[in-house]
Design a protein around this ligand. Structure first.
Ligand SMILES: Nc1nc2c(c(=O)[nH]1)N[C@H]1C(S)=C(S)[C@@H](COP(=O)(O)OP(=O)(O)OC[C@H]3O[C@@H](n4cnc5c(=O)[nH]c(N)nc54)[C@H](O)[C@@H]3O)O[C@H]1N2
Ligand SMILES: Nc1nc2c(c(=O)[nH]1)N[C@H]1C(S)=C(S)[C@@H](COP(=O)(O)OP(=O)(O)OC[C@H]3O[C@@H](n4cnc5c(=O)[nH]c(N)nc54)[C@H](O)[C@@H]3O)O[C@H]1N2
Ligand code: SF4
Ligand SMILES: [Mo]
Length: 767
């Protein structure tokens, strides 16, 4: 039985009940949950008051892990498609079908004909964080795609160029800042992203309560904009121009002062200034839709505030200038003197070993893109992946290397990537497809086999990815709340067995063997790394220390995690620091361990070849002409943007009734002037048409949006035939990614353009 976790004396726990402490895996906030259990039933979920980071905070999604666990539509058994219908089969049968399907495609068309798409829940999932890469290397194809290229790749590319690694992302030090300029983020709905902290709303309110200021740049008056001091209704897709003008305004005012702490650690200040000088506030104001005086004022407020931070997210990433905007966020942080200061934009120090703590301090190999090119149009790779937007053409275009089989792990690209009609057609044309997913949904319905991992409450948890971006150096390990029933594989075992099959080990491939080979190779490379705490140690000794009964006989993700924690900056170091962090130590501290707020990390955190911050990476300077061209625009063009709601989680929590009931949320937000011109009233159906598709959604007339901008949330459209999400079907909504265009891609990162889509509108009544 999984341990009871809490050592606390608890009120309200009845006889026969136990309490389990667990981190919520649903979003990046990583809140601690206190889960009360009777037998095999969850009786209550509330915030863990003793969690070192979240201190009891929880949003409405957190407690629905109970409903998710109990959802009768959640798959418990593998499904195989027979005569066009998915039927339940035994695990052995499913593995036979997978082995036949994958092996045949590999034998006939080669490994490059296997594509893989990894979805967002993998970033919140220890099994996926440790075994997806094992699976990818076992497949051995470069046709790799993920939700990253409909999300944060631009920020990772700009961070890579500037600071040396794709996780060297500065995050706003919310708890100590006096001024926050926030672009394209709505943490009141999202709970924050690439800047991990529970209770963003509370942290934002605290900034204002201590006399600080918050400015929000968003075409919509989001809940976050509403609670801010100032809302700047930017024209979609123009944040890069806005930021360039702010940087220029700082230089023109003679206020560019990166600070003594960065002296000697900066390259390219003058080059950046020169390249951006043409983008004066006056030159950009019409395109951006914010007047020049305001642009100058905000830029100087950033200089004047004792401690300020600039932060950009989805609305700055999923646009045509995603990488440029992400770069300029940090250029602005630097020139206003706010990078790497307490209360500014700082580099987290994650507890588990990470690219910013491994290797030689202060210098590194740096970061490159374009180490491969897509087969069809020669689009460059970024972060070892190709753009998800180009997945369909790689499947549909004949020729050597054409994708003939897909492996999808925890992703719903038929709802989350651009031009989903094209992608659905592409998936239907495959020779074979396997989905590792908990639901039969819009994507997995195309799969020949669906392999369901167990419930989130049946696995261990550590936020290996998202704690790289955390505002405090915290570590929480969660044991499974419920044990797995006999014969049911854990998610890592599914991934490891898939890897074994892809390697040719057959349907009976043993996950334990794959696991052993994996941990041994990680240990081997680390003992050979002379910067590591276990440099020169005997690899077998390290292996034994991890795997022994005295260490809990760890296997799978837990063993890899233990290793990663022990060699990290706060780690136990395999004896070097006996009080340091390990899985065992975290098990003794179920509410987490807190090593404190962020600390200045320049130059130690840098991994650029120069050992300096590169403020003017050549790749970004080369893109300035395209930025200049974007000053030309049609002011009458209607542009579509997205939005999130606190009770949604991308496409996949819509089967939980408590989260979807109430007023329909999949509405088209439209300004009263635009509604009047169209002649539509609130609630009336509006046809939205883009270059690639068309949908009809009900109008929600609101002055909380810029004129000529409309907004539709993504992740809806749950009325496809052959899916098994009965609640979601009742609240189907429409799929906004029918409208987004697979041709619209940020050239520097390959990220899809999901905001600022040119559309036309028509009243359905008059059409
Ligand atoms: N409740 C909930 N929480 C979530 C998620 C969810 O689906 N639901 N998803 C999670 C995931 S995967 C992520 S990546 C994060 C994302 O977290 P956030 O980045 O905070 O995402 P959003 O809430 O979509 O906020 C993006 C904002 O950008 C605005 N916007 C659109 N276009 C532009 C533009 O061109 N410029 C500017 N400046 N703004 C623009 C939109 O109006 C919107 O208000 O949220 C995570 N948390
Ligand atoms: N227009 C528009 N499109 C967007 C966005 C936008 O703002 N606007 N946002 C983008 C962003 S930021 C993101 S991250 C992507 C998300 O893109 P995806 O990751 O492709 O989509 P999700 O909706 O998160 O679907 C996750 C899938 O994983 C399954 N799942 C849930 N938990 C688990 C698990 O533990 N294991 C496994 N194996 N499967 C699981 C769910 O059933 C679902 O099928 O969407 C992107 N798409
Ligand atoms: S904010 Fe995110 S992590 Fe916290 S309870 Fe809600 S969904 Fe879970
Ligand atoms: Mo995301």
């Amino acid at each position: 039985m999984a341990s009871n976790g809490s050592g606390e004396k608890d009120t309200g726990i009845a006889a026969g009940e136990r309490v389990a402490i667990r981190t919520c895996p649903l979003c990046e906030a990583g809140c601690g949950l206190e889960i009360t259990v009777r037998g095999d039933t969850v009786t209550r979920i509330r915030g863990d008051m003793n969690d070192v980071f979240s201190k009891g905070y929880i949003c409405p999604k957190g407690s629905t892990l109970k409903q998710l666990h109990e959802d009768p539509d959640r798959l418990r058994q593998p499904l195989v498609k027979r005569d066009g219908k998915h039927v339940e089969v035994s695990w052995d049968e499913a593995w036979e079908v997978v082995d036949r399907g994958l092996t045949q495609v590999i034998n006939t068309h080669g490994r490059e004909s296997i594509g893989a798409y990894l979805g967002n829940p993998g970033a919140h999932n220890l099994a996926a964080m440790t075994f997806n890469r094992v699976l990818l290397s076992a497949i051995g194809s470069r046709q790799r795609f993920s939700a990253s290229s409909v999300d944060q790749v631009p920020k990772q590319v700009s961070a890579g160029f500037m600071f040396g690694t794709p996780v060297s992302v500065p995050v706003p030090d919310l708890d100590r800042t006096d001024y926050l300029l926030m672009l394209g983020a709505n943490p009141y709905a999202s709970n924050g992203s690439l800047a991990t902290a529970p209770d963003w709303p509370g942290r934002l309110e605290a900034i204002r309560a201590r006399g600080g200021k918050i400015v929000v740049v968003d075409p919509r008056r989001s809940r976050t904009a509403e609670s801010a001091d100032e809302w700047l209704a930017v024209r979609p897709g123009t944040d890069a121009l806005l930021l360039a003008a702010m940087v220029t305004a700082v230089f023109e005012a003679g206020r560019a002062e990166p600070g003594d702490h960065l002296a000697g650690h900066l390259n390219g200040v003058e080059e950046a200034h020169a390249a951006l000088a043409e983008f004066t506030p006056e030159r950009v104001e019409r395109a951006v839709g914010i007047d020049a005086a305001t642009i100058r004022r905000i830029a100087l407020e950033l200089c004047d505030a004792p401690r300020a931070a600039v932060y950009g997210r989805i609305g700055t990433c999923t646009v045509a200038f995603g990488t440029t905007a992400s770069w300029l966020v940090d250029v602005l942080n630097v020139v206003t003197g706010n990078l790497d200061i307490v209360g500014g934009a700082m580099f987290p120090l994650p507890v588990a070993a990470s690219p910013t703590t491994r290797g030689k301090k202060g210098i590194g190999k740096g970061f490159k893109t374009g180490r491969g090119k897509t087969r069809v149009r020669g689009f460059p790779e970024a972060l070892g992946e190709y753009p998800a937007a180009l997945m369909a053409e790689e499947i549909l275009t004949p020729g050597p290397g054409q994708i003939r089989a897909m492996v999808v792990v925890g992703g719903n690209p038929v709802r989350s990537t651009p031009n989903t009609s094209q992608l659905a057609e592409a998936l239907d044309s495959l020779d074979f497809m396997v989905s590792v997913d908990i639901y039969l949904n819009e994507t997995s319905r195309h799969a020949d086999v669906i392999l369901p991992p167990p419930s989130h409450l049946q696995r261990s948890h550590y936020d290996l990815a998202l704690l790289n971006f955390a505002m405090r150096s915290v570590a929480n390990y969660s044991e499974p709340v419920f044990d797995l029933p006999p014969g049911v594989p854990d998610e890592w075992e599914i991934l490891a067995r898939l890897a074994g099959i892809a390697q040719g080990l057959g349907a009976a491939a043993d996950p334990a063997t794959v696991d052993d080979v994996t941990i041994r190779s990680i240990i081997d490379s680390t003992v050979r790394d002379d910067t590591s705490v276990i440099a020169g140690r005997n690899a077998d000794d390290i292996y034994d220390a991890l795997s022994s009964p005295a260490n809990g006989s760890l296997r799978g993700p837990d063993r890899i995690l233990d290793f990663t924690l022990r060699i990290g900056p706060f780690g136990e170091g395999f004896g070097a620091n006996p009080d340091g962090v390990s899985v065992a130590m975290l098990k003794r501290n179920p509410h987490g361990v807190d090593f404190g707020a962020m600390v200045p990390r320049i130059p130690e955190a840098l991994r650029t070849p120069s050992g300096k911050i590169e403020l003017a990476p050549p790749e970004l300077l080369a893109d300035v002409p395209r930025l200049r061209a974007s000053l030309q625009h049609d002011p009458d063009q209607v542009l579509l943007v997205g939005r999130r709601h606190l009770r949604s989680n991308n496409s996949w929590m819509h089967n939980i009734r408590v989260l979807v009931k109430g007023k329909p949320r999949c509405t088209l937000q439209i300004h009263p002037d635009d509604a009047a011109r169209l002649g539509v009233v609130d609630g009336a159906p509006v046809r939205v048409t883009s270059r690639v598709g068309s949908v009809v959604a009900p109008a929600e007339i609101t002055d909380g949006i810029r004129p000529r901008v409309v907004s539709l949330p993504h992740g809806w459209g749950h009325d496809e035939p052959g899916t098994r999400q009965s609640v979601a079907r009742e609240y189907a909504g429409v799929n906004s990614n029918v409208l987004t265009d697979h041709e619209a891609i940020d050239p520097l990162s390959g990220n899809a353009v999901l905001n600022g889509i040119p559309v036309s509108l028509a009243s359905v009544a008059t059409a």
